[in-house]
Design a protein around this ligand. Structure first.
Ligand SMILES: [Zn+2]
Length: 256
C-alpha cells in the first residue's frame, strides 16, 4: 500500500516534524504541499529541494485578508519565475468561512473573485492543475470560472457542496479529495458514495486537526490509512484496490 497526500501544508510544520514525516514515509509515495502566500511558497520550494517526495504547489490561500496590489504582483512574478518548480497552482479559491463570519464585504468578495480568475487563467497558460478551496455556495461560482476558461484539471480539496454542484463537477471531470474527516462525518461519506472513485484523491490538509479517533493528535499523512479503510467500505472494494486506484488517480492528475 502506497499513498499520496494530495493536499498538505508542510510549510506549517517545523523542520523536525517534516523530517519525522519523511523518515517514517515507507507508505507515502509523495506529498503535495500547497502554499498560502509568497513566504509559504518559498518554504515549500525549499522543502521540495530537500526531499524528493515533496511536490510543491504555489498560490494564495483565500481564507485570509486580501493581498495588496504589490503583494499580488510580487507573488505572480515569483510564480512565473518558478513555473518548472511547481506541480500545480494552489491553494487558491474563495473565502467561504470569512464570508460566512461576515468578515468580507461585497466589494472585497469581488476582488477575491478577480484574484481567483487570474490564477485560473495562469493555470491554463502554464498548463498546470489547479488546487481549489471552494466549498458550499462558492463551488458553483468557481465551476463557472473554470468553465469560462476551459480549465478541466481542477482539484476541489476537502469538497463540501450540494447535489447539483456535485453532478456538475463530475460531468466536468473535476477531482475531489477527502480528509480523515471521512472516518467520522456522515456528510463526507455521502459525497464519496456519490462521487466516482476514479475522480477521488485523499489528503490531510495537515496540520489542520481532526476529531473522532484523531482527537488531540498532530495531523500526519499516515492517518490516511483510516480514510482508505472507510472509502473501501463505502465502495465495497478491498483496501488494496482502493489504495491502488487513489494512487493511480493522484499520479495521473499531478503527473508525479
Ligand atoms: Zn489547505
Amino acid at each position: 500500500m502506497k499513498m499520496i497526500d494530495a493536499h498538505i501544508h508542510l510549510d506549517q510544520y517545523k523542520d523536525e516534524e517534516v523530517r519525522l514525516i519523511l523518515d517514517n514515509s515507507i507508505l507515502i509515495d509523495s506529498l503535495v504541499t500547497v502554499s498560502n502566500n509568497i513566504e509559504s511558497c518559498k518554504r515549500n520550494l525549499q522543502l521540495s529541494k530537500q526531499y524528493s517526495k515533496i511536490k510543491p504547489a504555489f498560490g494564495f490561500h483565500p481564507e485570509q485578508n486580501l493581498p495588496s496590489e504589490q503583494e499580488m504582483t510580487d507573488l505572480l512574478d515569483w510564480m512565473n519565475r518558478h513555473q518548472t518548480d511547481m506541480i500545480a497552482v494552489g491553494e487558491v479559491g474563495l473565502p467561504y468561512y470569512l464570508s460566512r463570519d461576515q468578515k468580507v464585504s461585497i466589494s472585497q468578495k469581488g476582488r477575491y473573485l478577480e484574484i481567483l480568475e487570474t490564477f485560473i487563467s495562469l493555470a491554463k497558460e502554464w498548463d498546470k492543475p489547479i488546487v481549489l478551496h471552494a466549498v458550499y455556495d462558492d463551488a458553483p461560482l468557481v465551476c463557472r470560472l473554470l468553465e469560462k476558461h476551459s480549465v478541466t484539471k481542477a482539484h476541489f480539496h476537502w469538497f463540501k457542496g450540494d447535489e447539483p454542484t456535485i453532478s456538475r463537477m463530475l460531468e466536468n471531470g473535476y477531482y475531489i479529495s477527502v480528509t480523515p474527516e471521512i472516518v467520522y462525518k456522515d456528510k463526507i461519506q455521502k459525497i464519496v458514495h456519490q462521487y466516482p472513485l476514479d475522480l477521488l484523491m485523499i489528503e490531510t490538509d495537515g496540520p489542520w486537526p481532526f476529531e473522532g479517533p484523531f482527537i488531540g493528535k498532530r495531523t500526519q499523512p499516515i492517518m490516511m490509512r483510516e480514510s482508505i479503510a472507510t472509502i473501501a467500505k463505502i465502495k465495497s472494494l478491498s483496501e488494496t484496490e482502493v489504495s491502488k486506484r487513489l494512487l493511480h488517480n493522484t499520479k495521473g492528475f499531478y503527473m508525479i
